[in-house]
Design a protein around this ligand. Structure first.
Ligand code: DC
Length: 215
């Protein structure tokens, strides 16, 4: 039996990866995995318990049910998407021990199902052999605008944009697995495109590539 196919989606914060990955997975009948939520879950437990992040990552009992995130039986979705956890997750994600544990967890998903996996290093480090790779981006102003809408963030757009740029900088300059476009990833700038327009492009490309596997 062959291996399960993987669609890898990488790109900076707020580019629309999560929405696109979830919808693409639905359309293809794949399982959607949001790896940013794993780093966020480690950050949350770190904040709550003060335990070593490496240990938390190794013991993480993480599960996605649709777009809800569970740690054990606890639904932590709302707690993960705050400015504080965004910042803490970007910090814990620079630690090699945390990354190693979460990458193991990510690779184990493919053993079980065909996956659409989204993050920063999926096409470069986690699955360099992914059948399909996308790199999704948008201007920092547009990404800030989308975050503001998505999280009902009352702060001025400039403040949110500044935060996004700080996270971009940290995510792309860290030593271990920085955010980079894989040379074989399809690059899509979504600044002036609707979700549906981007999704159509991705679906068409993925189906074409996966033809021999799906049919
Ligand atoms: O995608 P997100 O914004 O929810 O991710 C939160 C943080 O986790 C982000 O600042 C960088 C980190 N991350 C990572 O380092 N590698 C991944 N594969 C996914 C996220």
């Amino acid at each position: 039996m062959g291996r399960n196919p993987v669609i890898a989606i990488d790109g900076p914060a707020g580019a629309g990866k999560s929405t696109l990955a979830r919808l693409l997975a639905e359309r293809l009948g794949f399982v959607y995995v949001n790896t940013g939520a794993m780093y966020r879950a480690v950050a949350l437990l770190w904040k709550e318990t003060g335990e070593e992040p490496e240990k938390i990552a190794r013991q993480l009992d993480f599960e996605m049910r649709g777009d809800r995130v569970f740690v054990g039986e606890r639904d932590v979705t709302e707690l993960l998407y705050t400015p504080e956890i965004s910042d803490l997750s970007s910090r814990v994600s620079t630690r090699p021990g945390v990354r190693r544990a979460l990458v193991d967890l990510q690779r184990a998903q493919r053993e079980k199902y065909p996956v659409v996996m989204e993050g920063r290093d999926i096409g470069t480090v986690v699955f360099p052999d992914a059948e399909v790779k996308f790199y999704i981006t948008a201007s920092s102003r547009e990404r800030a605008r989308r975050r503001k809408l998505q999280f009902n963030d009352p702060r001025p757009l400039e403040v949110i944009e500044r935060e996004i740029k700080i996270r971009d900088e940290r995510d792309s300059t860290r030593e271990d697995s920085p955010l980079r476009r894989a040379p074989d990833a399809v690059f899509i700038d979504t600044t002036d495109l609707s979700i549906e327009e981007v999704l159509k492009l991705m679906e068409k490309f993925a189906k074409e590539k996966l033809k021999s596997i799906i049919n």
